[in-house]
Design a protein around this ligand. Sequence first.
Ligand code: SF4
Ligand code: SF4
Length: 379
Amino acid sequence: MSTSAVALIRCSTYDEREVMDAVRSGIGLLGGIDAFAAADDRILLKPNVLAGDSPGSCVCTHPAILKAVGGLFRERVKAITCGDSPGHGDSGPSLTTAGLATVAEELGLGTADFDQGRQVDFPDSPQANRFLIANGVLAADGIVSLSKLKTHMVTRMTGAVKNLYGCIPGQTKRRYHYTHPNAFSFSQMLVALNLLLKPKVRLHIMDGVMAMEGNGPRNGDPVHVGVLLFSTDPVALDTVMCDLIELDPMRVPTSGPGRRWELGTYKKDEIEIVGDSLSSARPGGFKVKRGLVRDFSPQGMLARIDNLIAQRPVLDRRKCVRCGQCVLSCPVQPKALDWYKGNDKEPPKYTYNRCIRCYCCQEICPEGAISVKRTVLRL
Ligand code: SF4
Ligand code: SF4
């Protein structure tokens, strides 16, 4: 039986030297930089930018991680770019606010185009046969994914597998939410996207120095975990992430299709953890939804009943600044969240019977005004 190696390296702060030592150790344990890039490769570093929040908010991959990984690859490779497609707006401003553009400039990294893309057919895909992929991804020979350890309302956690969703440019990501309206079909699409990009992806690295628990992926609470994870297998890396926060990996709906379709493995006896001890790195009490994820969408009358009782996004009027980002992010037509009678002086209102629970609105709100709540009927 073949195993997937995941390197776990303790890293307690974003101190530049400490992060560089940890990155060097993690990559070293997996074969060293030469195993992941040839001198004439064009390498893309793909952090998690989401909406371009400041480093202290723990929404984006920390600039210190980009600096260390970029610095290390710079020792071997000349052509390195950096980019990600945020959930809202163009990539440039988001990279700047997240502190990543400054690091990219310091290291002389090129800017990858994540605002435009091209359709790529994937006839052998187990789920989606065509993806729009950002030009910056298509132009690269190899990708190094720099994910962030955070909670997510659809996929429970956003880790290595979910990070590649940002390879879909611009607002097209919303359409995929609409065409994959439940956690399982959305996760299957994510796995298919990972399979399409697998030949290019050289390495997955996860920033778990400071993670996000609770109302993630944008409005949760920062929590210290103090680790970096490294693997060529994104499913195995996400499984070790789950082990760290004591979450059953089968509660993360990319795990099952990830193994079934041979992207990687979530089975503990197929994963070898190298580096530091996992048990001593567990933070304990990490706040994440731990319930079952449903693998079907009810139809007809059952769908209507389910819509009434299923957990739902709820808007806190006191926190809302009426910026309208949530309205723009809603992928359904007519929108399930919109200005009431066009009045943008009041917070937007939900029409729950249209809502597909994609939680794009909760994810994008810059004020943390939207959270996911259970209804009274479903306790
Ligand atoms: S709920 Fe959030 S995203 Fe929506 S209008 Fe209010 S502040 Fe903006
Ligand atoms: S209201 Fe929010 S959760 Fe519902 S469909 Fe729109 S964006 Fe998705």
